[in-house]
Design a protein around this ligand. Structure first.
Ligand code: SF4
Ligand code: SF4
Length: 68
């Protein structure tokens, strides 16, 4: 199983990673706001992650780390 981590406080909530995930497990957290005032991206079900790193590749700010 792959591990996906987000530097949550740096996320600008652009949503590019959400659209990039083929497993549809990356979302913008509707119930949280980070230090920058955005809803940060998060993985809702890491057990489904295939470690493709499409999310990390898409992120313009290098906020996502994928470990396989
Ligand atoms: S590594 Fe791939 S499957 Fe896992 S969260 Fe990122 S885009 Fe989705
Ligand atoms: S692509 Fe990066 S900055 Fe944009 S929502 Fe995803 S983690 Fe945040």
């Amino acid at each position: 199983m792959a591990k996906v981590t987000f530097r949550t406080d740096m996320c600008k909530g652009c949503g590019l990673c959400v659209g990039a995930c083929p497993k549809k497990i990356v979302v913008l957290a509707a119930d949280r706001i980070n230090a920058k005032g955005h809803h940060p991206a998060e993985c809702i079900d890491e057990s489904k992650c295939i470690g493709c790193a499409f999310c990390a590749t898409m992120c313009p700010d290098c906020i996502i780390k994928v470990e396989r």
